[in-house]
Design a protein around this ligand. Sequence first.
Ligand code: 1GP
Length: 260
Amino acid sequence: MTIYEQLLKVKDQKGSGYFVLIDPDKKSEADTLKTVEACVAGGVDAILVGSSLLLSQRFNSTIKQIKTEFNVPVILFPGSTIQLSEYADAVLFLSLISGRNPEFLISTQVLGAPIIRKMALEAISTGYMLIESGKTTAAEFMSNSKPIPRDKNDIAVAHAMAGEYLGMKMIYLEAGSGATHPVPEEMIEAVSGYITIPVIVGGGISTPEAARRKVEAGAAFIVTGNVLEASENIGLIKEFSDAVHWKNPTVETHFLRKVK
Ligand code: 1GP
């Protein structure tokens, strides 16, 4: 079974899935492994790994270590082609469809595709959409593209439909890391009402209650990053997990283990 198929199964069994984003620049390897341990114990469905810059030299070794110690899918969420690792299971093969910058629509993908093939990573084609969130986010600045206005649901829907018709397998509604305002529920509801592929929602989700509201609005997967960077918040993982897994929080998913 592919990672994508496993994720669809998670959604089917648990209602929605929960991903935790780890930025290798923000934690030591030891702290990252502690966070992943808490994620596995807390019922997180996959670990995303990505960064806006990636300054850490431990990127590869950290992913290898995660895969050696834990049976959890590691999915790359790359800001550039240097953020690819053969030790991961899959990569969100992102195209920034909300922007009009060809570099992030297709150029980076052309550079990344042969590397992904060589690393034997599963590529999950994902339409990435930046949504205005109150201030300029790292994703917006680094991609040199404009986000979709947060009150323009029809524009967001049209982009998401275009992504589905282009054959993408997921749509990621991104308010941006540490966003002041996460993606509004009205927009999640509108987008998920018009497409049949799963909608991932992330950026600025800081409480389990907020995660639950996004899921009730139609999010298939929730991503949190910043909120778990403070070690005192690690205890929240289980609460997030239970809030997201509205259908059946107790079901265990057995992922196929892959250690390269
Ligand atoms: C950012 O959607 C992710 O790309 C997660 O955002 O760090 O704000 O949770 P936060």
